[in-house]
Structures are given as structure tokens and as C-alpha cells.
Design a protein around this ligand. Structure first.
Ligand code: F6P
Length: 476
């Protein structure tokens, strides 16, 4: 990295304001994107990076309390009116792009006014970026909320250096083409305003290149598309986690105590999963697999417990509310079917968990059952691996996650095949400590070596190279 100023753009800012008993405080957010961006290793001499995001508070609250948000970033909230924000976030972003890019076309709920809101929100953020931009700044745009933004910025600032990273899958062209041509070309052209477009995996990158070719007729060479004046480079940058944070936390006093409590409450085999509430996470299929196991192997009745943590998310969207009901019904049904007066197979919790509770669960369980039906990366799998100082524990991981490319020593499963998942559960329940250790050590080496710092540094270095190339070509 060098001394260029960084402008980061994401839907969420990494904090929100909370008022309790009339006292307002700042609550830091802890999602994958936030942790990743915050772990950037900037040189001490670099100017303060600027983070632009959509405010979930009013301009009045910002003016009154912005002094409370005091860290290594300068924050610039963009205030969208309620209707625009709803159509932008709940509507086009999370009811069209999210289901489609995760291969759930039947969940797409398209409305023209949501697309209008998406365009308006992108324009509002573009206006703010253009107002802030200084020569040599590096712009780093994040995620599917802002697919058109690189081109909008480029139209205003032709020589800007713009990077874009997609945190979800980029689907195959057969899925993307379900969008009307005008709409998908608008999104693809939007991305083609960037100098560098990054994805979690090579597959997603290839899907994008192929879509640009088939939809726009743009050829690519060695992963680069020539789009008029702009050379658009693409790359695979599999996002990592803060390995040391999770690894070291396993020995924290609070975590040790929580782990002891868990082990005391559940002395038998413990299976664990944690996900945001989302149909992409495969929770229903996971419950089917547990049911299949208990039906076919009654010797495990009373000898295992599945702790299922579901973290509330996007609860304004109908499909999310419905999913919650479906999960609750399935948990009740399975517990009713197999439970006794002294034992229930599933312990279900619908809430956030604290960091120490999370690491205690990662380190107390025998099996982490991570089976999304589609996931861009899945950081839970990496966090579980990192936290196992004892090199024990089995990871059962869906092959439909980006993380499966890096974690081949996990027991990889197709999450839709309940019998395969049940078989792998059975195998995991009986796995020897030696085999667990061997698999875990290899995964730990990989997760530790490409951590989130490395990810961010690689992306920014690649972006910087595109800037240097552009500047050199202008001199020639
Ligand atoms: O995986 C994509 C992502 O946008 C993450 O960045 C984020 O942590 C997660 O989805 C949840 O998103 P939301 O902001 O909608 O709660």
C-alpha cells in the first residue's frame, strides 16, 4: 500500500446509534464486510480513509452525536428518504439481486419502482463520492447494492481509480439472463466502470466475464475487458477472517467459562450451527438431515444435541418472516417427535450472540454443521476452524459455499441431500481425534495464511497497480 487516500463505499456504515434510558451511545457492527475493511493495514503516513454509507439515523442524530464516532476513519453518511431506502434495500437489492445471485429465481419479487429507487440511491451515493473525490484517491465500492456505481462515478470523473468487490456469488449467465436485457446490461455496464472487479472465487469471476461477453459482446483477454477507455481487470480474492482474534479468543477467561458451562449442560455430542436468518443458509434442509439421522440411527437418541442459532436479519422482507416460522415449526415438530421429558434433540435460539458466546460454541462443539444452499464465501466455517486451538472438532461444510474451495479437508456435502448430510454426521460423530487433528491442522494453516488483512492488502495493491498502469499509459 502507499499513501493514497482511500474512499470506501458500502451500504452499511460500521456503526449505529442506540438510545437506552435516554442515553445515546454508539454500537459497532461486526459483519464480515465491516471487519474486513476495518482490518486494513494503512501506512501511518496515509491520510484518514473516508467511509461513505447509507445512514440508518437522521441528519439530526448525526449532527448531535457524530463526535461519539471517533476512530481511524472519517464517516460520511448519505441520507436517503424512507421510500427510496425501502425500494433500494428491501426491494431491488434484497428481493431481486440477492435471491437471483444466490440461485433462487423463484424468490425474485421485481417492481419497477424498486429499480427506480435502486438507481436513485446509487445516484445519491455517486453525487457524494464525486463531491469528496480528490486526485489520486482510490475508490473501493462494496457489494451488490452498488453494481451501477463504478460507471456513474466514471461518467463524472473519467480518470478516477475505482475498485469493486462483490461479497456474494456472481451467478452463471443462465441465471443472470433471467433479468430483462435492459436491466442486466445496466448492471453489467455499471461494473465495467471499475478498473478492478474482485470476486471471492474464480468461478464467480468467470461467470462475470462470460456474462459480459454474452450479454454485451465484450471479449476478455487474461481476465481483462477493454471497455472503451477503461481496462477492466478482474480477480479472485477469497475473503478471510481475523485469524488471530478467533484463535486467541479460545483461551479468554470469559470464553473458557462459557465453554465449561456448555459442556456441563450438554455432556454428550454437540452439533452447532449459526447463520443469519436467510433462505440461502439451508437451515430447513439441515433440520431434515438431523431428522433423517435420528430416524435411521435411534442409537443416537438422547446422546446428541444440536444447538441451532439463527441471527435475526432483514425482517421487513416477507420471505424472511416466513422462513422464521418454517424453522420454528420444524424445530417444534422434530423435538416433539424424538424428545423425551429429559432430553430434546434441538436447542434453538433466535437472537444475536456475543463474541464470547460464539467462540465458546465454536470450541465446545464436536461438529460444526455449516450447510448453506448457496453462499458467496461463508466466514462462519473459517471462524470455527480458527478458534479450535485444540485442533479438534469436525467441520461439515456445504460444497455450494465459496469457502469449500479452500477447505477441502472438511467433510464436504451437498446440503440438499439429507441422507448424504446424515451419513457425514454419522461419520463425524465417530471420527477419531487423530483424523480430526490432521484435517484441522491443514485447514488452520490455510485460513491463517490468507487472513482478512492479506485479502484487503492484495485487493488494494492490485487496484494501485491499475492506477499506476493508467497513469503510465497517459504519459506515453
Ligand atoms: O454477504 C453479503 C452481506 O451484505 C454482508 O456484507 C453482510 O454482512 C450480510 O450480507 C448481511 O447483510 P445486511 O446488511 O442486509 O444485514
Amino acid at each position: 500500500m502507499n499513501d493514497n487516500r482511500l474512499l470506501i463505499i458500502s451500504y452499511r456504515l460500521p456503526f449505529s446509534f442506540k438510545t437506552e434510558n435516554r442515553v445515546t451511545s454508539v454500537k459497532q457492527s461486526a459483519g464480515g464486510l465491516v471487519t474486513a475493511v476495518k482490518s486494513l493495514d494503512l501506512p501511518a503516513s496515509a491520510p484518514k480513509p473516508v467511509w461513505v454509507g447509507c445512514a440508518d439515523f437522521s441528519p439530526r442524530v448525526w449532527e448531535k452525536y457524530k463526535h461519539l464516532v471517533n476512530d481511524d476513519f472519517e464517516y460520511v453518511p448519505v441520507f436517503l428518504d424512507k421510500t427510496t431506502n425501502k425500494g433500494f434495500y428491501n426491494g431491488f437489492s434484497n428481493s431481486v439481486l440477492w435471491p437471483l445471485f444466490h440461485y433462487f429465481p423463484s424468490y425474485v419479487d421485481y417492481h419497477d419502482e424498486d429499480l427506480n429507487a435502486y438507481q436513485a440511491a446509487n445516484q445519491a451515493v455517486c453525487d457524494k463520492v464525486v463531491e469528496l473525490l480528490q486526485p489520486d484517491d482510490l475508490i473501493w465500492v462494496h457489494d451488490y447494492h452498488f453494481l451501477p456505481l463504478p460507471m456513474l462515478i466514471r461518467q463524472n470523473k473519467p480518470s478516477a481509480t475505482i475498485g469493486f468487490f462483490l461479497h456474494i456469488p456472481f451467478p452463471s449467465y443462465e441465471i443472470l439472463r433471467l433479468l430483462p436485457e435492459k436491466c442486466r446490461n445496466y448492471l453489467l455496464n455499471g461494473l465495467l466502470g471499475a478498473n478492478l472487479v474482485g470476486f471471492h472465487t474464480t468461478d464467480y469471476r468467470v461467470h462475470f466475464l462470460r456474462s459480459a461477453q454474452l450479454s454485451l459482446g465484450l471479449a476478455h483477454r487474461l481476465g481483462t475487458i477493454e471497455n472503451g477507455q477503461t481496462k477492466v481487470q478482474t480477480g479472485a480474492f477469497p475473503i478471510g477472517i481475523n485469524y488471530n482474534l478467533f484463535h486467541d479468543a479460545a483461551a479468554d477467561q470469559a470464553v473458557v467459562q462459557e465453554r465449561l458451562d456448555l459442556k456441563r449442560s450438554y455432556p454428550d455430542k454437540l452439533i452447532f450451527s449459526v447463520d443469519r436468518l436467510d433462505y440461502t443458509k439451508g437451515v430447513m434442509q439441515r433440520l431434515d438431515a438431523l431428522e433423517a439421522l435420528l430416524r435411521q440411527h435411534s442409537e443416537w437418541l438422547g446422546k446428541l444435541v444440536f444447538i441451532l442459532v439463527v441471527v435475526p436479519s432483514r425482517d421487513q422482507i416477507q420471505t424472511y418472516g416466513e422462513r422464521k416460522q418454517m424453522i420454528e415449526q420444524a424445530v417444534g415438530r422434530i423435538n416433539g417427535l424424538f424428545g423425551t421429558l429429559t432430553w430434546l434433540p434441538i436447542v434453538y435460539r433466535y437472537s444475536d450472540v456475543t463474541f464470547s458466546q460464539l467462540v465458546a460454541l465454536y470450541t465446545a462443539c464436536d461438529i460444526a454443521l455449516i450447510t448453506p444452499v448457496r453462499d458467496g464465501m461463508n466466514l462462519v466455517a473459517k471462524e470455527f476452524v480458527a478458534s479450535r486451538q485444540d485442533q479438534q472438532g469436525v467441520l461439515i461444510l456445504s460444497e455450494l459455499t465459496g469457502a469449500a474451495n479452500e477447505l477441502g479437508e472438511a467433510l464436504l456435502v451437498n446440503p440438499l441431500d439429507e441422507y448424504e448430510v446424515a451419513d457425514q454426521l454419522l461419520y463425524a460423530l465417530a471420527m477419531s481425534p487423530d483424523e480430526q487433528r490432521q484435517r484441522m491442522i491443514t485447514m488452520q494453516e490455510r485460513v491463517a495464511s490468507y487472513d482478512v488483512k492479506q485479502w484487503a492488502t492484495d485487493f488494494i495493491d492490485a487496484l494501485l497497480t491499475t492506477q499506476q498502469d493508467e497513469q503510465a499509459s497517459r504519459v506515453i
